[in-house]
Design a protein around this ligand. Structure first.
Ligand SMILES: *Cc1c(COP(=O)(O)O)cnc(C)c1O
Ligand code: SF4
Length: 523
């Protein structure tokens, strides 16, 4: 024994000792096992570390539980172990006991590990990112460049990408494998709905994959016109108090600054307005929008959306941001764009300088839309990195879409991949009920709730988006984890395990007392 008195054991260590010495067999164990124990004991004594002590106790408690062998079977006395248990607690910065660590913390961590094992095994197979697929994407690029006769300069420039954009089914069929039946169907749909893929975005499609998640987002199928139902005009029609402006809330408005996008999405909420015919809006239209904002001092947050804000010329974005920055009550600006994933070449240094200059006056957020990890390539990741260096933050608004991101694995992977690409998951929108054109993409609410709830406790809190229904504003769809309420406490459910815990509420009488803290010292 050392001179130091061992600290009082916590109940976990007391129970651990009871278990070790409650076992029956004290006769010497086999030579190899005794040697193993001796080696572990030696390490536990020599090193001024916690791990070797934990290893020794792990070994001994395994022997006690499985073989009914007491530590004496390995020539180890109780006093020796008490000394080591004291040493463990002394070394540990937070005085964690060996019993607590071995019988509580480690099993809890092991149980938690099991919750993510399936995800870790499946994520790169079921939901590969564009970074993991990069070699294949580069092969696709070579093939597409050749077929479209694009030079490297064309490929690497925004005008080059737009000039060579894929807008006919014949061209598309040359670039990606399409079943013959699909070609006929898409030809029919594209008479009514615009299709346009940048060659870059086309290169993200994996040929031969049925329902490739990038293709689903960009190539319209027969359902778009065959789905039954009547289109309900976008709610925004009821919410446009001024030219180009949409307003649901008192303090946030959007300016629909353009109806153009670099790529047209098959699930676009604004399908009625977007992509029909490219329009350049007049300065008068913007001035009327700005006048409305100027005249309404409640408005503090202005979203420049579209279409896609980044298809506007730099000069136009610069002017709009300067106008907004000059309005005292406008405190924040947001730019809505998918360009960093559909045609990252657009994001030039001049645009970044404009963003930075405006962000230095009042914060800018760039709000993007990424729906599958496959859309994050080394190029788009780098683009988000460059943008995020210049502005307050980049946020993602994903849409929950069947076949694209409607499983735990796909959505977790999306959220983790974008977080690693300098983008914060912000919203997951439930796919709109208003457009029969994409009822085939809709996912039941309970599935969406399960996916979002499953993220809590399993991926970084910072990577968990809010689940939203758009219905004349954004309405949260999260599952309620408050199971029961009594006077003094709540019963809460842990989303990751279903375990219910009692959560004592604040005392309402105490809360009603105004005479608290420093107020209590007043005469
Ligand atoms: C999405 C949207 C907003 C912004 O909502 P937040 O919850 O603040 O992100 C504001 N106005 C309109 C019209 C919108 O569509
Ligand atoms: S980028 Fe946005 S606005 Fe443009 S087509 Fe896609 S969903 Fe619609």
């Amino acid at each position: 024994m050392t001179e130091q008195t061992p600290p009082a054991w916590d109940r976990y260590t007391a129970t651990l000792f009871d278990a070790l010495f409650g076992a029956g067999i004290a006769e010497p164990a086999a030579e190899t096992e005794r040697a193993q124990a001796a080696a572990l004991l030696n390490q536990a004594r020599e090193a001024n570390l916690t791990a070797p002590i934990l290893d020794l106790f792990t070994f001994l408690s395994h022997q006690a539980n499985e073989q009914q062998r007491r530590p004496e079977a390995f020539g180890i006395e109780r006093a020796t172990l008490e000394e080591l248990a004291a040493k463990h607690q002394r070394i540990d910065e937070h005085m964690v006991s060996v019993g607590g660590r071995l019988t509580q913390a480690r099993p809890i961590a092991a149980e938690a590990n099991a919750r993510v094992d399936a995800y870790l095994a499946e994520k790169d197979v079921l939901a590969p990112s564009g970074i993991e697929l990069w070699d294949k994407i580069l092969e696709n690029q070579q093939r597409i460049k050749q077929a479209l006769q694009m030079s490297d300069d064309d490929w690497n420039s925004f005008p080059g990408q737009i000039r060579h954009a894929v807008d006919s089914i014949e061209t598309l069929a040359d670039l990606v494998d399409l079943p013959e039946k699909a070609v006929a169907s898409i030809a029919r749909v594209t008479k009514q709905y615009r299709m346009r893929l940048t060659p870059y975005y086309t290169s993200l499609i994996m040929p031969g994959t049925v329902n490739d998640p990038v293709m689903l987002q960009s190539v319209p199928t027969g359902e778009m016109i065959d789905n039954a139902g009547i289109e309900i005009p976008p709610v925004a029609a009821d919410h446009s108090p001024a030219r180009l402006i949409d307003q649901f809330y008192p303090r946030v408005v959007t300016i629909k600054a353009t109806n153009m996008c670099a790529m047209y999405c098959t699930h676009c909420l604004r399908i009625a307005h977007i992509g029909r015919k490219d329009q350049i809006y007049s300065r008068e239209a913007y001035r009327e929008a700005l006048d409305y904002i100027r005249a309404n001092p409640r408005i503090r947050d202005v979203l420049i959306t579209g279409g896609d804000a980044f298809v506007l010329p730099n000069s136009m974005l610069k002017w709009l941001l300067e106008e907004l920055d000059a309005i005292d009550h406008v405190k924040l600006k947001r730019l809505g764009t998918r360009v960093p994933v559909t045609v990252p070449m657009r994001v030039d240094e001049e645009l970044l300088d404009i963003i930075e200059a405006s962000n230095d006056i009042k914060p800018i957020r760039v709000v993007t839309q990424i729906n599958t990890a496959q859309e994050i390539t080394p190029i788009s990741r780098n683009t988000f990195r460059r943008i995020s260096k210049r502005c307050f933050t980049v946020l993602n608004q994903a849409v929950l879409l069947k076949g694209i991101n409607d499983s735990r694995v796909k959505m977790w992977k999306l959220c983790e991949t974008i977080q690693e690409a300098y983008v914060r998951p912000y919203y997951i929108f439930n796919c709109s009920y208003r457009n029969p054109q994409f009822t085939h993409f809709r996912v039941p609410l309970e599935v969406g709730r399960d996916i979002v709830e499953s993220m809590y406790g399993n991926i970084s809190g910072d990577a968990i988006p809010r689940y939203i229904a758009t219905a004349g504003g954004k309405i949260p769809l999260h599952r309620d984890n408050v199971m029961a309420v009594s006077d003094a406490s709540y019963t809460l459910r842990k989303p990751w395990s279903g375990q219910e815990v009692t959560y004592p509420d604040a005392d309402p009488h105490l809360y009603a007392n105004e005479d608290f803290a420093f107020a209590g010292y007043q005469d």
